[in-house]
Design a protein around this ligand. Structure first.
Ligand code: SF4
Ligand code: SF4
Length: 414
């Protein structure tokens, strides 16, 4: 694609990066069919190729218009287009540059700007979130109010009866995640217990802060980079030196694995970003080589975009559960994203609900007892759209492992 970008519209590094990405697109359209918003709306401007043209126009004219903002806001950042692109176009990087430019130009209404500011600030404060979710959890005990909650929350349970085996010298650092530790604290308890019975010692990260995804993907690049830099140094100081850093929220994990792209050569944290990113694993990667047995159950697996397109861990959760003895049911036809997508379900509620309904239909086609996923946002968003319980897969695996210990005659044949 030929370009003639306005040299004054973007900072020099963004200008060069945007130019390279735009020129790598050959407008073949292979990316469009797998794009959830294109499949839903049928408008080329809501496809990756259409959005690339809108961004090119913005960067060439040096002007932001309402149509560009509308169609770029509708993008889920699910990365399915990157997976399907034969030319390796770094679409998400381009989109992030465009979103940063939109925020810089301040073209949004004041109410929209205030709402986005509150989201960025509020969701990055674990204590405030914990208080809010605790209140919501109490409301969730009352059936009438539970139906009105925009998200479904797990009821906190104690980890009291757990038998933990002797830990081996192998250690991991466990990230709790801002939203996850407040909304579904059982998930990290389950992860710790699964790792403990696998002989892995878990060290929690003290003074953990936001990974930066929230600010960065909402276009506040300066705040997002500051968040990333803060967490980089926290993790560097947390030790042990070479231990894997584990995330059980795939949205946070993919952001940390992407850190090197935000700290180019010349940045004082360039080398640190590479070192930390190389240590990052999603928790499912720790179960690639061994099996934890579990009592059988019919389960539908939702694979978040941040795990499949973001981390290329497409079948890992289903594989771990199948090896455990859990019956993983097939899904019906579905789009690539459930509509959660960070703050998307709040900022684009109508589209998010349409995507949620399609995903729930696909997941419940074969009547599972439970739906599992691997990211807190997806868990809450899907949970609000179905009466089938939606859990993190680690929580389900631990629950079924305990059930098997309590009733060993449930040992599956496999
Ligand atoms: S982003 Fe990739 S798949 Fe989509 S039009 Fe451009 S080159 Fe083709
Ligand atoms: S990131 Fe997802 S929603 Fe956005 S253009 Fe790509 S496929 Fe479509």
């Amino acid at each position: 694609m030929k370009t003639n970008l306005d040299p004054n519209f973007l900072a020099p590094a963004d200008l060069a990066r945007a130019d390279t990405i735009l020129r790598s697109c050959v407008h073949c359209g292979f990316c469009t069919d797998g794009c959830p918003t294109y499949q839903l709306l049928g408008d080329e401007n809501d496809s990756p190729r259409g959005r690339i043209y809108l961004i090119k126009d913005m960067f060439e004219t040096g002007q932001v218009n309402a149509a560009q903002v509308t169609h770029l806001d509708r993008c889920l950042s699910c990365r399915n287009c990157e997976t399907n692109c034969p030319s390796g176009v770094a679409y998400t990087d381009l989109l992030d540059i465009a979103r940063g430019a939109i925020e810089q130009q301040q073209t949004r209404r004041v109410t929209s700007r205030v709402g986005r500011w509150l989201l960025r600030r509020g969701l990055g404060l674990p204590r405030l979130l914990a208080a809010a979710f605790s209140l919501a959890r109490q409301m969730g005990r009352w059936p009438g109010l539970a139906k009105r909650l925009p998200v479904r929350l797990s009821q906190k349970r104690s980890s009291g009866s757990v038998v933990i085996t002797q830990p081996t010298p192998q250690k991991v650092l466990l990230l709790a995640g801002c939203v996850q530790q407040a909304a579904t604290p059982n998930v990290n308890l389950a992860v710790e217990q699964l790792l403990a019975v696998s002989g892995v010692e878990v060290v929690r990260v003290a003074k953990e802060s936001c990974c930066g995804a929230l600010n960065y993907h909402l276009g506040d690049h300066a705040a997002g980079l500051a968040d990333m830099r803060r967490l980089l140094h926290t993790l560097d100081a947390a030790g042990p030196d070479a231990a894997p850093i584990v995330s059980s929220a795939s949205g946070c994990g993919v952001t940390l694995k992407d850190y090197p792209s935000h700290f180019p050569v010349g940045d004082p944290d360039h080398e640190l970003a590479h070192r930390i990113a190389a240590r990052m694993v999603d928790v499912v990667e720790l179960f690639n080589d061994h099996t934890i047995k579990a009592a059988p159950m019919r389960v539908a697996v939702h694979t978040p975009c941040t795990l499949s397109s973001g981390q290329q861990l497409v079948t890992n959760v289903a594989d771990v559960l199948t090896r455990a003895g859990i019956d993983v049911v097939a899904l019906g036809p579905h789009l690539a994203c459930c509509g959660s997508a960070g703050t998307y379900s709040v900022l684009q509620p109508k589209l998010a609900r349409a995507l949620q309904a399609k995903m729930v239909t696909a997941l419940t086609t074969h009547s599972p007892e439970v739906i599992v996923t691997a990211n807190i946002g997806c868990q809450m968003h899907l949970g609000a759209g179905t009466d089938v319980p939606v859990l993190h897969w680690a929580e389900l695996l631990w629950q079924q492992h305990e059930a098997l210990l309590a009733a060993p005659d449930l040992v599956p044949d496999r």
